[in-house]
Design a protein around this ligand. Structure first.
Ligand SMILES: Cc1cc2nc3c(=O)[nH]c(=O)nc-3n(C[C@H](O)[C@H](O)[C@H](O)COP(=O)(O)O)c2cc1C
Length: 220
């Protein structure tokens, strides 16, 4: 038998958060009066044409998703991180909850002005897109799921929101050459959040056997 390299031992810990690294988005929603809101989010994943977003039910975004059921998931690349950071510690809700105020949150009514970005009209939903960001996913809420054992959406403090994607806009420069409907993952540089800090992607880690499947196969 060859030499066995000793492994670094594991320790059991109890982290307050389990944010091991996920893409950052800015969620665009509107309230029942049509007033737009933006909020940074890092809890989104996709399967097929469905996105699932994790949001605080009592945030302005959570309330808007429940009330009007429409969203634009705007994705920044790592190059647009400053736009996201300008919206950190802000909420569209007034008054700010005591818990959030104690953490340093403040009310901001015009998040577009606060972030220094321009609204662009969406094509299938009411919430506006963010012109400065490279990817926009328009969508409609198809289901709301209370998380953390709450018996109903009304009782929940956090929600998983299922969103059917109705339109995808990407900057032309992100398209894979020769393919109308594909994004080049070597050009798309998502912004990631890991334990409250921002990161970009490193280099491609390894050839991918999965990528031998034609992307169109997933459309079925
Ligand atoms: C980078 C970043 C990622 C965040 N991710 C989430 C998230 O995944 N889910 C969530 O509910 N709040 C998340 N937040 C906190 C919300 O943005 C925050 O609660 C905000 O006040 C919501 O704004 P609103 O009340 O106007 O909707 C994140 C904040 C930042 C800055």
């Amino acid at each position: 038998m060859g030499t066995v390299t000793p492994l670094d031992p594991h320790v059991a810990i109890s982290p307050a958060i389990l944010y091991f690294g996920t893409p950052v988005s800015l969620l665009s929603t509107v309230d029942e009066d049509g007033h737009p809101n933006l909020a940074p989010n890092s809890s989104v994943w996709w399967l097929g044409q469905t996105a699932v977003i994790g949001v605080g039910a009592r945030s302005q975004t959570g309330r808007n998703l429940i009330a009007t059921g429409e969203v634009v998931i705007n994705l920044p690349s790592a190059a647009e991180v400053d736009i996201v950071d300008r919206l950190a510690l802000t909420t569209g809700r007034s008054p700010v909850s005591p818990r959030k105020a104690a953490a340093g949150y403040r009310h901001v009514a015009d998040k577009f002005a606060e972030a220094g970005v321009r609204p662009a009209a969406s094509e299938t939903v009411t919430p506006p897109r963010i012109a400065e960001l490279p990817v926009h996913l328009e969508g409609r809420v198809t289901a709301l799921h209370p998380l953390g054992g709450a018996p109903s959406v009304a009782d929940a403090s956090i929600l998983a929101v299922e969103v059917g994607i109705t339109r995808v806009h990407v900057r032309e420069s992100l398209r894979l050459a020769g393919h109308a409907n594909r994004i080049d993952p070597r050009r798309w540089r998502p912004l990631l959040l890991s334990f409250q800090r921002f990161f970009g992607l490193g280099d491609e880690a390894h050839p991918s056997r999965l990528s031998t499947i034609d992307e169109e196969w997933y459309r079925g």
